[in-house]
Design a binder for this molecule. Structure first.
Ligand SMILES: Cc1ncc(COP(=O)(O)O)c(C=O)c1O
Length: 457
């Protein structure tokens, strides 16, 4: 009899016992390939000796201090490390400061508060509205949940959430019209962000927030070229801050430290987590521009926000070591190479599968969208929870992938993410792809015969 408050008793988690490299073993000794790194977290796999040694060293040197009283080398060095990686233009709009916290949602909360405080400090207190996008996820705390557009996760808490304007996602597979180029589609959905800003009283929108590559909610969907550049112009035109949520897609998962570099834009605030610490420690960060930092310091003089465990020395030391390993072992190049191999193998194996609608993503951040019918892109009946069946079959065969339903609108649609460690042994690519293909086939084979009939069309 357990006393743990599980999320669900219907699908009780398996008891994990140990983990090493890309493998997790459960209490019975069964082994699983961690082909999703949890939720795109374990970028160095598990039980990494260098990171563990750094964490142990830090625990013995300085385990905990409160950030009100002390700063320390791990936070200072990690901030220097991250800011050094950011492209610079030598203007106040360069990202210049890092605020450390304990995870993604906390980072999003802090970024929203920084945006709000910035406008109060510069004499624009009327700016309070956030524009985000439908089918996005920014975390589960109430502020982050408000900012998000994952309708399934929001529904229950809707009465507790603050008002947010939702623009459409940039989701070419489903929303780009047949007669549209990528550029025209990107311009159309970017302009929809501007329409949301214009729909509010002038000067009241504070920030636009988006995942550059939409993770769990859409299944690793990159933007079309030019979309974020146009949104940046729109934000500038209306004095709106751009917050990019790179919690899932950033910190090397696509083959670059920051996805905003790949999109050629400079955000005002960036939030990172997951791959920052690789799961060895709970850690997240907000990177803020010199302009935002100065407005707060030269204005009221203090950020009105904080947490007991912010800038935790052990979390910062663990994250710093993770980032050093990535740099010293040239793992970003490895992500690009291995990502191409994995993506090609998935396309070879599943590209013509009658129930695979789309295979997308970047680097080692790949998504597969499952459909009932490829021609019409009709999804399966959500009641069949096809994504969860795929997850179950994969796990039975010792493979972990990250599934989600509600791809289209929070209710309909199924996808899963494949996001293995950057250090994955190349010989496992074939094993992963075989496991994925067989989980898809077995999940679909067990559906009632009439289930392959399209729904909603
Ligand atoms: C894009 C994105 N933002 C925010 C979060 C929230 O992060 P956390 O679960 O660490 O609070 C997640 C987590 O999945 C995420 O994927």
């Amino acid at each position: 009899m357990s006393h743990v408050f599980y999320r669900t008793e219907r699908n009780r988690p398996i008891r994990a016992a140990s983990a090493d490299g890309a493998t997790i073993a459960d209490a019975s000794g069964k082994r699983y390939i961690d082909a999703s790194g949890g939720a795109a977290v374990a970028c160095l796999g598990h039980n990494h000796p260098r990171v563990i040694a750094a964490i142990e060293r830090q625990l013995r040197t300085l385990d905990y201090v409160h950030s009100t009283f002390f700063t320390h080398s791990p936070a200072e060095e990690l901030a220097d490390w991250l800011i050094r990686l950011v492209p610079k233009r030598g203007t106040p709009d360069d990202l210049d400061r890092a605020y450390f916290c304990s995870g993604g949602s906390e980072a999003v909360e802090a970024a929203l508060k920084m945006a709000r405080q910035y406008f109060v400090e510069i004499g624009q207190p009327q700016r309070r509205t956030v524009v985000s996008r439908r089918q996005s996820y920014h975390g589960n705390t109430l502020g982050a949940l408000s900012a998000g557009g994952n309708m399934a996760r929001r529904a229950l808490y809707e009465p507790l959430l603050f008002d947010v304007a939702h623009a459409p996602p940039c989701y070419a597979y489903r929303d780009k019209r047949a007669d549209e180029t990528d550029e025209a589609y990107g311009a159309r959905v970017a302009d929809a962000v501007e329409a949301e800003i214009l729909a509010r009283p002038p000067g009241t929108v504070m920030a636009f927030i988006a995942e550059p590559i939409v993770g769990a909610t859409l299944g690793a969907v990159p933007p079309v070229p030019g979309y974020f550049k146009r949104v940046r112009e729109i934000c500038d035109r209306h004095g709106v801050l751009m917050i990019l949520d790179e919690i899932m897609c950033g910190m090397g998962r696509t083959g670059s430290t920051f996805v905003f570099e790949e999109e050629g834009v400079a955000p005002d605030l960036v939030v990172v987590a997951k791959g920052l610490g690789g799961g060895f420690q709970p850690v997240g960060a907000v990177l803020a521009t010199r302009r935002i930092y100065a407005a707060i310091q030269d204005g009221s003089g203090a950020l009105k926000h904080g947490h007991t465990y912010e800038a935790h020395p052990v979390a910062c030391a663990g994250a710093l070591e993770v980032q050093k390993v990535i740099a010293e072992e040239d793992l970003l190049a490895r992500v690009r190479r291995l990502g191409a191999t994995l993506s090609d193998a998935l396309v070879d194996r599943l590209g013509n599968h009658r129930h695979v609608g789309d295979i997308r993503g970047r680097g080692l951040f790949l998504g597969v969208e499952i459909v009932a019918d490829r021609g019409s892109k009709a999804p399966f009946d959500p009641g069949l929870a096809v994504h969860d069946r795929i997850r179950r079959h994969a796990m039975e065969s010792g493979l972990i992938i990250y599934p989600m339903g509600g791809t289209i609108d929070g209710k309909r649609g199924d996808h899963f993410i494949v996001s293995p460690p950057f250090t994955l042994d190349e010989s496992l690519v074939g094993v992963i792809v075989d496991g994925v293909a067989s989980a898809v086939d077995r999940a679909i084979a067990e559906l009632p015969r009439e289930a392959a009939r399209a729904v909603g069309h």
